[in-house]
Write a protein that binds this ligand. Sequence first.
Ligand code: SF4
Length: 244
Amino acid sequence: MWSNKGFVAKIESMGTLDGPGVRTVVFFGGCPLRCSYCHNPDFWKVNTDDEITTDELFAKVERFKPFHGQDGGVTVSGGEPLSQPAFLTSFFKKCQENGIHTTLDTSGFGNAKNFAEILKYTDLVIFDLKEPNAFDYPKLTGVVKRVSDQFVDAVQRSGNKMWIRTVIVPGKNDTLAKMDEIAEVVNQLDNVEKVQLLPYHTMGASKYAELGIEYELEGVPAMSREKCDELMDYLKTKLNIYNN
Ligand code: SF4
């Protein structure tokens, strides 16, 4: 399932948040989800001007290899990287062949038949656990949760290391009960190295007006960092990885 062409919306050269060490972060274009808090609605649709070959993308990334140091590497984010499975696989394969650590930042939404092949060339999965409850999941994302469950199952079978992330939005999921639900999901998984709560911010809101798209979270304030930290402190008491 190789494709040596795909769509890349943006590249950041010195990312420090999306995986270990210093990373080159590649944002693939295109996403089938519609998360209410998404700050990259401009990446939802593929821009045909953004087409690039695997070799061209690798050449751009390779220039930053000296900055990656011992721990860093490449992170592919989006958009939803799993919506370009063949391009993702060929790019990660090329990175690994050249000694560059690969991290996949994903919601887990894609075609399940591609998951095992992608994971062969993935060193670390950052899984965006959008919502632990299957009933509430579509309201937040516009898609069913079942597909991301299949992705998590594939990660478990592959033995890949995982980081888990959830965005916390005031008035939506900033409760201890939601932390209990997150803990219940995470405690069933092997190979989880880290769990992070990301405070919702409003920096993407103006993009919706520019794109003429209604913003569901209009008027919802940014999540306070302090409250998010308090929720994380509580969550840690419930997570096996921090208590064993
Ligand atoms: S998966 Fe990411 S890019 Fe897609 S809608 Fe959700 S937050 Fe936005």
